[in-house]
Design a protein around this ligand. Structure first.
Ligand SMILES: Nc1nc2c(c(=O)[nH]1)N[C@H]1C(S)=C(S)[C@@H](COP(=O)(O)O)O[C@H]1N2
Ligand SMILES: [Mo]
Length: 205
């Protein structure tokens, strides 16, 4: 097929994706899977790794890697939209739904927002309601393969209906909050919510 064949396929797929309402405004389709993050790829040690749930919860939790893997698992297929204008469709994720994880800690009634916490101080804020959707999960597999370290392995959050910076790689837990608290990119000018369908890229502050 060669270079130009591939290129024509991508354009054709992009046109179809747009027509099917799968491509948000200002996005282009990628068939590859770009690697994008701030800072370096952290190393993983299953004996030291933990996952912490804190803040507005009745029972703060600390899970080991083994305990996390023993939670009920799910498989979800979703599209991914990065604010830098690429979208990758039909990603097959396997992991544990956020709603399954959060109930372990019994959220208090005044918990409205979450600050997702990752290695090296990376954070992202997401309303709790959004995280409770049935396709939001902490994933450890992608398209049938263990999630590679560069894509967030051993564990990343996936929030398909918001821009990719909310899909926190190397996630280590979250904090539930009464009031919204901005995360890493949100403090650096990105939109507090980040709906790709509304092109909520930057905060306009
Ligand atoms: N911990 C962490 N997670 C992160 C980022 C980051 O810099 N650090 N970048 C985000 C951005 S902007 C995007 S688009 C996706 C990219 O995921 P990928 O590298 O698997 O394509 O990761 C998100 N998760
Ligand atoms: Mo991104």
């Amino acid at each position: 097929m060669g270079l130009f064949g591939d290129l024509r396929d991508r354009r054709e797929l992009e046109r179809l994706a747009k027509a099917a309402g799968r491509l948000p405004p200002g996005q282009s389709l990628t068939l590859k899977w770009p690697v994008l993050h701030y800072g370096s790829v952290p190393s993983f040690d299953a004996t030291k790794w933990d996952f912490k749930i804190s803040g507005q919860v009745e029972e703060p939790k600390r899970l080991t890697w083994e305990e996390f893997l023993a939670l009920p698992q799910a498989e979800v297929t979703s599209d991914f939209h990065c604010v830098t204008r690429w979208s990758r469709l039909d990603n097959r994720w396997r992991g544990v739904l956020f709603r399954e994880v959060v109930k372990l800690a019994k959220p208090k009634p005044d918990a409205q927002f979450a600050l997702i916490l990752a290695e090296e101080g990376y954070t992202a804020n997401v309303p709790l309601e959004d995280l409770l959707r049935p396709n939001v999960l902490f994933a450890f597999d992608h398209d049938g393969e263990p999630l590679s370290a560069e894509h967030g392995g051993p564990l990343r959050l996936v929030v398909p209906h918001l821009y990719g910076w909310k899909s926190v790689k190397w996630v280590r837990g979250f904090m539930l909050l009464e009031h919204d608290r901005l995360g890493f990119w949100e403090r650096n000018g990105y939109h507090a919510y980040g709906d790709p369908w509304k092109e909520q890229r930057y905060s306009g502050r």
